[in-house]
Design a protein around this ligand. Structure first.
Ligand SMILES: CC(C)(COP(=O)(O)OP(=O)(O)OC[C@H]1O[C@@H](n2cnc3c(N)ncnc32)[C@H](O)[C@@H]1OP(=O)(O)O)[C@@H](O)C(=O)NCCC(=O)NCCS
Length: 161
């Protein structure tokens, strides 16, 4: 199975469950939600980080379902990228990107980013932003390799109430 056999297509509502499952497995070790849980001890408010991270898919669908693109391997969802558009500012944002662990390192993540950037250009936007955790070495390598330049580092804090 090669990345070349996989095609990227628009999200369909029938992808919802698969994308949520992929999100929860793919983001282990590289999500703020898990960092918060590890720092404060979980579960928080009766929910684990997987529950909170999976809800990002709901946000992505509500924000711009037409801007979610799925990597489809013969009917199986093996990756996806989500987008948000601020038309007035001319800004495209990529909130989430994931590729199934067994298919990583074959250029699929790059293909999804290029697809999102082409979508932004077709929508007439002027610039694109994406963020990653400092602990996510692959994200940082991939984004700069795809033409993004680092513009800021943010520090997150949390406390139990
Ligand atoms: C980030 C992710 C989508 C990349 O998917 P992918 O299909 O493996 O991506 P690609 O094969 O196109 O590229 C991977 C890049 O990471 C690099 N890479 C691989 N392992 C690495 C490591 N340990 N450290 C640094 N870079 C690494 C590869 O060299 C490649 O960069 P290049 O294209 O400049 O050579 C995938 O790793 C993933 O789903 N991770 C978990 C979720 C996540 O981190 N999402 C993004 C959060 S912002």
């Amino acid at each position: 199975m090669t990345a070349a056999a996989i095609h990227i297509r628009p999200y369909q509502p029938t992808d919802y469950v698969a994308i949520k499952e992929l999100t929860v497995t793919a983001f282990a070790g590289v999500t703020l939600e898990q960092n918060v849980e590890q720092a404060l001890g979980g579960p928080l408010h009766g929910h684990d980080w997987q529950w909170r991270k999976a809800r990002h898919v709901d946000e992505d669908v509500a924000t711009n379902a037409a801007g979610i693109f799925v990597a489809d391997d013969d009917g199986k969802v093996v990756g996806y990228i989500s987008t948000a558009i601020d038309r007035a500012a001319g800004k495209g944002r990529i909130p989430n990107l994931a590729v199934a662990a067994e298919l990583r390192g074959r250029g699929l993540g790059r293909l999804l980013i290029e697809h999102a950037l082409a979508y932004f250009r077709a929508e007439g936007l002027s610039y694109a932003v994406i963020e990653t955790m400092a602990q996510n070495a692959i994200g940082q390598q991939l984004y700069t390799s795809c033409g993004f330049v680092e513009v800021a580092r943010q520090v997150h804090f949390a406390q139990r109430l």
